[in-house]
Ligand binder design. Structure first.
Ligand code: FAD
Length: 511
């Protein structure tokens, strides 16, 4: 066991990649463990990564779409279908939850809407050392590194809500959130999207508005800005070690002294079987569901961690409610434009919640007859979101992850459902939304708090009663942002890295 400082980061989404990159760039030895594969994209090829895994396309779409499925009622908690699969689904009481599995985490599948919290004074009142003012610079930093752009008329983005509903008598584009930004490399000339090479030597193509291949099923040419490209690639050059296909199963604290090291147990899906690594500091960022699973399993099943009385409490879904809108207007091909086309609401309805949407992703790659694919291009996904009560609880029951969430306790779902109904009635186009809301924004359960009485982590992201263990992902959020959360998670992780660097700068090994 080495005595110096060394850091293991678990998970490479917005929480994991941001702090792993920043800490490696500050000179700390950092190993990043990610259960998913490097994806086979133009940027990742240009990074010289040899072992890559394709996004689900064509005949591989059905087999590679899902990595795993879990449910409260499953005998074995969850079933792994394909270790290269893109999504993981949890069917819980009151919520169906989706997350993904890649080096780069959710940035490969997200719609790349990059915004600050819509909930006012989001960071106020959770911990005395954290405020909107403290966090503001971290949003600036992550938006800049993501190269997020403000969409303008010059970008000539086709098929936006603003254009589509301009003369619509019953619907209108919703007002954009303050400082709306997008995480895409938009084309200089939309008719000729070209390949660019950035200052780190990473190659990517500008978005092709007619390509329909930058959405939920990944962006193989790199039009969508992903974390492997903007955070991990430069950090690899500064010594960051990334182990892909490394699925962490448990964290064990090796002693009770404040400076005790940790052992991180994982499965090497490259064929190495069970393995482990030790570290002085562990930063957990496996996405809300898997961060909670690892913490609960480590504490309750194997006794590797102790305490954390608030663990699993105050779990939320950001009020997400997904549906499919069978828009079916022969004049509108939803596959054209960006994966998300902007907000929409019933005309004049100032009280409508945030509702956005876009075409179904990568439709031309579906193993279906052409006529059916063309028909699917006339349908769209539709998603409402807003602040919910963090009224859920995640725990282990008989060793299985068990999620309790009651959407009836948050008025946002009824508001979205009512708005969906109004929109369907006004347009005569059906919106199919399941009774149990689908969320892609699970959060909380290891929340920021003032003390062990009301939270799991403190202002520096450290678990109150397990020093050296941190939570950098959406599980630490103490409230729903009410809008797309990725920049809030990234800002939290950036803050955590800044605090860590300030406190441990003197321990950076000399090179
Ligand atoms: C379809 C979709 C569209 C979205 N659109 C937007 C949007 O437009 N804007 C926005 O702001 N947000 C959007 N989101 C949400 C956003 O992607 C998530 O909020 C964000 O990715 C969560 O960040 P995270 O770091 O908490 O977890 P993730 O990004 O999910 O990263 C967690 C990582 O940990 C890995 N992992 C899990 N378990 C283990 C383990 N045991 N060992 C090792 N690694 C593990 C996972 O494979 C994953 O790579 C969208 C999400 C989806 C699914």
């Amino acid at each position: 066991m080495s005595k110096g400082i060394d850091i293991v980061v678990i998970g490479s989404g917005f929480g994991g990649s941001v702090c792993a990159a920043r800490l490696a760039e500050a000179g700390f030895p950092v190993t990043l463990l990610e259960r998913g594969p490097w994806r086979d994209t133009v940027p990742v090829r240009s990074m010289g990564i040899a072992s890559r895994s394709a996004f689900p396309r064509g005949w591989q779409l059905p087999t590679r779409l899902l990595r795993a499925v879990g449910a409260n009622w499953f005998p074995g908690s969850r079933v792994r279908l394909n270790k290269h699969g893109l999504f993981e689904l949890f069917f819980a009481k009151g919520a169906t939850i989706a997350c993904s599995s890649n080096v780069g985490g959710g940035s490969h599948v997200y719609s790349a809407v990059n915004v600050r919290p819509l909930a006012q004074q989001f960071w106020e009142g959770h911990n005395a050392a954290i405020s909107d003012h403290v966090m503001s610079g971290h949003y600036d930093a992550v938006l800049e590194r993501m190269g997020s752009v403000t969409p303008m008329a010059d970008h000539r983005i086709p098929n936006t809500s603003a254009a589509r509903y301009k003369d619509n008598p019953v619907l209108e584009a919703a007002a954009p959130p303050p400082d709306p930004r997008l995480g895409y490399l938009l084309p200089e000339d939309p008719d000729n999207p070209t390949k660019i090479t950035d200052e780190n030597g990473i190659e990517r193509f500008e978005v092709d508005y007619r390509g329909n291949d930058d959405g939920f099923l990944g962006s193989p040419k790199g039009g969508k800005t992903t974390l492997d490209t903007v955070y991990l690639a430069p950090a690899l050059k500064r010594g960051l070690q990334v182990r892909d296909m490394a699925e962490v199963t448990a964290i064990v604290r090796l002693g009770s002294a404040p400076d005790s090291r940790y052992r991180i147990e994982y499965i090497d899906h490259h064929g190495g079987g069970k393995s482990s690594i030790t570290a002085s500091h562990v930063i957990l960022a496996a996405g809300t569901m898997n961060t909670l699973r690892i913490l609960l399993h480590s504490r309750d099943v194997i006794g590797g961690l102790t305490g954390m009385p608030q663990l699993g409490k105050r779990f939320g879904t950001n009020g997400d409610y997904f549906g499919i809108w069978d828009y079916n207007d022969p004049k509108v091909d939803h596959s054209i434009g960006l994966p998300t086309t902007g907000g929409v609401r019933p005309r004049g309805d100032d009280t409508a919640p945030m509702i956005g949407g876009g075409g179904l992703p990568s439709v031309d790659s579906y193993p279906l007859p052409k006529a059916l694919r063309e028909r699917l291009k006339r349908a769209a996904f539709i998603a409402g979101l807003g602040e919910d009560e963090l009224c859920g609880e995640v725990r282990l029951r008989g060793g299985k992850l068990h999620i309790e969430y009651d959407p009836a306790r948050s008025s946002i779902f009824e508001r979205i459902r009512t708005t969906f109904e109004k929109m369907a009635a006004a347009t005569g186009r059906k919106i199919y939304a399941p009774k149990t809301p689908v969320t892609v924004h699970p959060l909380g359960g290891a929340c920021l708090g003032n003390s062990i009485e009301d939270g799991v982590v403190g202002a520096d992201g450290q678990v109150f009663d397990n020093p050296g263990l941190y939570v950098a992902d959406a599980a630490a959020l103490p409230r729903s942002p009410g809008g797309p959360p990725s920049m809030t998670i990234a800002a939290w992780s950036d803050h955590l890295a800044t605090e860590f660097i300030a406190r441990h700068r003197h321990q950076v090994p000399r090179s």
